[in-house]
Ligand binder design. Structure first.
Ligand code: NAD
Ligand code: 2HG
Length: 528
């Protein structure tokens, strides 16, 4: 039974999927401190949060079972991603579910700051009928500058066009064609600062975007400009904004997010009549909260059940078309890795993976993770597809990926070479239509083996009677041989024998096997 801890008031309707799952129990907690969370987290396989809970390395260190942290929302700045990766914990988010909610809040903020709606409301309810102070401006024919033209920025642009605004966008990753399709002119940050009547930011907070609008940009701005931030606190320099308001450059601002959340009681925004504030409400609609919670619940279930998943923040995204092509090979990759990983007992120096045929023109990085995970699993505890590459790197294992055309025999082939001190081992496998995964080469020997169950990999000299001796020894010790494959290059030369047995071979029988004079090496391998 998997245990999921849900924090921060995530939508009940959204997590219904988890509540309905027979293999999951869900606990909901709100407002736990770091130390309170540390006390209980050891029991849980999954943790789901919004932006309030800070998922620190200390918390993850106290969570040996934790497989996944699910963020019901976009930003993952409250999660220590590096720590999660090195601990093999997948971090997933829900990037799409709250786009419209945040875009609509941005628009509401833009209209509020254009017409001073909150200020007018406050005066009206206090009994004052003031029709002179709040003369606003129209959006039509005004220029809107958008920094960050991703999901939310693009939706804001679409709505701004309908309102008759001219839109200038800045996003280093936005192509001219896409901008043209959206009817958006591209401009630099400074061009936007100099030309816009309204500026809204929709980037993540990164070292590049931190204070992307600061004093030098305010100095370029037209008098009467209005500024909106519904993305992340810190993208706009808060102190410089207050100065620009005081200097009469900025006519008004609307902020949903702050450099420190919640802002201190004496934060200069909180009593500035020209600044509208909301408490990080961008994603707070019924629809968005359901959407993000459903998205995260689905992904958490996939991860707990070892099924393929998308939206992992600490692993490269895999496009659906690539995933569907690679998915059938994950098991093969895992088996090849486990097979070859169990053939060595010494430190691995290099892993060379060659993908040929059908796999040559696909991004095989996700499949490589399965192979490396399988290899390292024999030597390390707690290795999984999230931390496999990281652990390989920290152990100075060089990973080389090669691609080649299909061989004459196989339409697809994954070949793994493992280089360790004084030894090189090779295993190759394929997916055969109608037969599934097969191991088709071990070292230089062609074989045909189903990679599952208990295997004995025996290196020997090709002499008459050797097969009988091995069979008799195993039979006398009640180890039943299910299948047998022998591979050799030349008659009488070195050869391998691969036996699948119905149960594990006891240690003392392995020791007797290796005493047989024709045998040079025996490995017992388990592929479950
Ligand atoms: N207020 C809220 O409650 C709320 C809700 C949802 C999202 N957000 C925040 O809104 C922001 C945007 O979210 P999104 O879903 O649109 O993300 P997104 O990833 O779809 O878009 C971000 C865009 O920023 C661009 N970008 C990155 N670095 C840049 C730089 N240096 N200069 C200019 N552009 C840059 C990217 O190319 C991308 O197009 C994020 O910070 C997210 O955390 C806030
Ligand atoms: O959970 C929230 O309400 C914040 C959401 C928002 O900041 C996000 O990044 O998705």
């Amino acid at each position: 039974m998997y245990k999921v801890l849900v924090m921060d008031g995530i939508s009940d309707l959204g997590i219904q999927l988890l509540n309905d799952a027979a293999d999951v129990t869900v606990d909901k907690k709100i407002g736990l401190s770091e130390s309170e969370l540390i006390e209980i987290i050891a029991d849980y396989d999954a943790l789901m949060v919004r932006s309030q809970t800070k998922v620190t390395d200390n918390i993850m260190a106290a969570a040996p079972k934790l497989k996944v942290v699910g963020r019901a929302g976009v930003g993952v700045d409250n999660i220590d991603l590096q720590a999660a990766t090195s601990r093999g914990i997948v971090v997933i988010n829900a990037p799409d579910g709250n786009t419209i909610a945040t875009c609509e809040l941005t628009f509401a903020m833009m209209m509020s700051v254009a017409r001073s709606i909150p200020q007018a409301y406050r005066k009206t309810v206090s009994g004052e009928w003031d029709r002179k102070t709040f003369v606003g401006v129209e959006l039509r024919n005004k220029t809107l500058g958008i920094l960050g033209m991703g999901r939310i920025g693009s939706e804001v642009a679409k709505r701004a066009k309908v309102f008759g605004m001219n839109v200038i966008g800045y996003d280093p990753f936005l192509t001219e064609e896409r901008a043209e399709q959206m009817g958006v002119k591209l401009g630099s940050v400074n061009e936007i600062a100099a030309q816009a009547d309204f500026i809204t930011v929709h980037t993540p907070l990164t070292p590049e975007t931190r204070h992307i609008i600061a004093r030098p940009q305010f100095e370029l701005m037209r008098k009467g400009v209005r500024i909106i931030n519904c993305a992340r606190g810190g993208i706009i320099d808060e102190a410089a904004l207050v100065e620009a308001i005081d200097a009469g450059i900025v006519a008004g601002a609307a902020f949903d997010v702050y450099e420190q959340e919640p802002p201190q009681a004496d934060h200069p925004f909180l009593n500035n009549p020209k600044i509208i504030v909301t408490p990080h409400l961008g994603a707070s609609t019924v629809e968005a909260q359901e959407n993000v919670a459903i998205d995260v619940s689905e992904e958490v279930l996939h991860i707990l059940r070892d099924e393929p998943f998308k939206n992992a923040v600490n692993m490269s995204p895999v496009p659906p078309a690539v995933l569907s092509k690679l998915q059938p090979y994950f098991n093969l990759g895992d088996k090849l890795g486990k097979f070859i990983g169990q053939t060595t007992e010494v430190a691995i120096r290099e892993i060379v993976v060659n993908y040929s045929g059908d796999l040559a023109d696909v991004d095989t990085a996700p499949l490589t993770r399965y192979i490396v995970r399988g290899i390292l699993a024999n030597q390390l505890e707690g290795v999984n597809i999230v931390n496999a590459m990281h652990l390989a790197k920290t152990r100075d294992v060089n990973i080389v990926i090669q691609k080649s055309a299909a061989t004459q025999t196989f339409t697809n082939l994954v070949s793994v070479t493992l280089k360790a001190k004084n030894e090189v081992r090779v295993v190759a496998g394929t997916l055969l239509a109608g037969y599934g995964e097969r191991i088709v080469q071990i070292d230089q020997y062609p074989v045909d083996i189903a990679p599952s169950g208990n295997l004995l990999l025996i290196s020997h000299n090709d002499k008459p009677g050797i097969i009988g001796k091995v069979g008799t020894l195993l039979g006398n010790n009640d180890v039943n041989i299910a299948t047998m494959q022998v591979g050799r290059k030349v008659v009488g030369g070195s050869a391998i024998m691969v036996l699948s047995t119905d149960k594990k071979t006891p240690k003392e029988v392995l020791q007797q096997l290796i005493q047989l004079p024709e045998l040079t090496h025996v490995n017992e391998l388990t592929l479950d």
